[in-house]
Design a protein around this ligand. Structure first.
Ligand code: GAP
Length: 515
């Protein structure tokens, strides 16, 4: 656990030191669970958004984009159920006065059991070597089977209690498991209470006439209320999808994990409208498609897993998370939900406007069912950033810090260095920058020895360094160094663009989804 915490601390400090993420309003001591993206962070975020948008909107003939406003008519949230049911169960520790999400306390307890299982697996894999069969081991090793059963029983009970709104049983579960406050070790808990996560605000200048509004807690509702407008103006036929990215706001109870759980964050959501009865089939298809999107980034199959929900949200008939191995364990990265016709039907009811589709094949009107994919952009950022940060031992005994961000998403694609600051090398290096910058984010760097410049760019996540030396003036060649392998090649300046393209081209990366 301590090792995990150290890794996470390194991730946070590296994100600050290299201009990725800053605490919001830091000069005023910051704002809890609100963050700003700095010069590199803004680029990485933009690239992730584009990678998602291309895969969703550009490559699917039957998905179109939308950019709905953050402010929405307040009835939206009454209809969607958020006013009444968008709650988290909170519990306070009477001694430390710290507030927690009761379900997260229990899930963290289960996380510890799962870590024990992982430890057993690692030990056995070492012992059995190539002959190790993980599936068989998980099914037959008595200790592991017992751990798994214990974890499943706890989660099942938690799911049931939350579904029944039996908050007294959630407290009982915490007490039975002897869960202590992580800050103080105290087991002196208050009762569990529900807490609504929406932020309220007001629209209008006069106190008498101002309208109470909410900052949207998800982008999805902007899609639902525009469903018919988009369908009619785009002449889309079912099945079709609407995608959008944008800010969402939640007054999170527990917000202590950097950009994992923020109060202001960005979502990338897609609602796929389908014929009633076909939702299960589309749900499975989108689960598979979204996992392929993740795997196309090459961050390791072992770092992802599906988690099927025990407790379904008020709008869903099936739901799963894609979980990622963050520095603090496997946690939700993306949700795939079969939302039935809940949202459209509710908006129809509350607005009095028909939100139906006329199916020409069936010759009838119906309210479509919806399968949703919903991923947090900031959470995806954290997954990439934390997985990419490596400390490597080099052959000469030294170490290097390298940020192995998938090249397609790296904020800066190449850094160009003149070997020395004279003899016309800076001019040629600048010429190369001026040519490359039309296609890629590139930077010029002439400060310090070349070795230090390499280290700086490794830590910054830049996939290529290009060094201009005296030979470059004679034969128009440069050295190009690859971040991950540290290999260096002598290549013609005219070939540099092609080499970078080959590694950062979005098409090649996204095509891996078809493998
Ligand atoms: N429209 C469905 C929906 O909003 P959700 O599971 O509540 O579902 C979807 O959220 C995704 O949004 C999550 O998987 C997560 O990646 C991201 N997300 C949710 N709350 C977040 C928060 N407080 N901070 C950062 N990301 C968050």
């Amino acid at each position: 656990m301590a090792v995990q915490e150290d890794v996470f601390k390194k991730v946070i400090s590296h994100a600050k030191e290299y201009g990725y993420v800053f605490q919001s309003s830091e000069i005023y001591d910051g704002l809890s669970a609100v963050y700003d993206y700095a010069q590199n962070g803004a680029e990485l975020k933009k690239n992730i958004r584009e990678y998602w948008w291309k895969a969703m909107v550009q490559l699917n003939d039957n998905i179109v984009g939308l950019d709905a406003a953050i402010f929405m008519h307040p009835t939206t949230w009454k209809a969607s159920g958020h006013v009444d049911a968008f709650n988290d169960p909170l519990i306070d520790n009477k001694d430390s006065k710290k507030r927690y999400r009761a379900d997260v306390l229990v899930e963290d307890y289960v996380g510890k059991i799962e870590s024990k299982i992982e430890k057993e697996v690692k030990k056995a894999a070492k012992r059995f070597g190539d002959a190790f069969d993980k599936k068989q081991f998980l099914a037959t090793n008595q200790r592991v089977v017992d751990y798994q059963e214990q974890a499943d029983t706890i989660l099942k009970r938690l799911g049931k209690s939350l579904e029944r709104e039996d908050l007294a049983d959630v407290k009982k579960l915490i007490e039975e498991l002897e869960i202590a406050c992580p800050m103080s070790g105290s087991k002196n808990w208050t009762d569990v209470k529900q807490f609504n996560l929406m932020f309220g605000t007001k629209l209008g200048a006069s106190a008498d006439t101002a309208m109470d509004l909410y900052l949207r807690p998800e982008t999805a509702q902007g899609i639902f209320v525009n469903f018919l407008n988009v369908q009619k103006t785009s002449r889309m036929k079912i099945p079709f999808g609407i995608a959008q990215t944008g800010k969402a706001f939640r007054n999170e109870i527990v917000a202590r994990q950097f950009i994992f759980r923020m109060r202001e964050f960005e979502q990338m959501e897609m609602q796929f409208f389908v014929k009633p009865g076909s939702q299960k089939e589309w749900y499975e298809k989108w689960k598979e498609n979204r996992m392929k999107w993740h795997l196309s980034l090459g961050m390791g199959e072992d770092n992802y897993r599906f988690h099927d929900h025990e407790k379904l949200a008020h709008y869903a008939d099936a739901a799963a998370d894609i979980e990622f191995r963050f520095p603090f364990g496997f946690k939700e990265l993306e949700g795939i939900h079969s939302r039935t016709d809940f949202d459209l039907s509710k908006h129809q009811e509350f607005s009095g406007k028909k939100l139906q589709y006329f199916d020409t094949e069936e010759n009838k009107n119906y309210v479509p069912y919806v399968v949703e994919t919903s991923i947090g952009l900031d959470r995806m950022f954290l997954a990439i950033f934390s997985n990419s940060l490596k400390e490597e031992e080099l052959e000469n005994g030294s170490t290097r810090t390298v940020l192995k961000i998938p090249a397609v998403l790296a904020p800066t694609k190449a850094a160009v260095f003149p070997l020395v600051k004279k003899d016309g090398l800076p001019e040629l290096a600048q010429e190369i920058v001026d040519d490359l910058k039309w296609e890629f984010n590139v930077i010029y760097d002439q400060k310090d020895a070349v070795g230090r410049r390499y280290r700086r760019q490794d830590a910054n996540g830049t996939p290529f360094c290009i060094t201009v030396d005296h030979q470059s003036l004679e034969d128009k060649t440069v050295t190009i160094r690859h971040r991950d392998t540290m290999e260096q090649q002598r290549v013609a300046i005219a070939d540099v663009k092609g080499i970078i393209h080959q590694e950062v081209d979005m098409k090649a990366w996204l095509q891996k989804m078809q493998d």
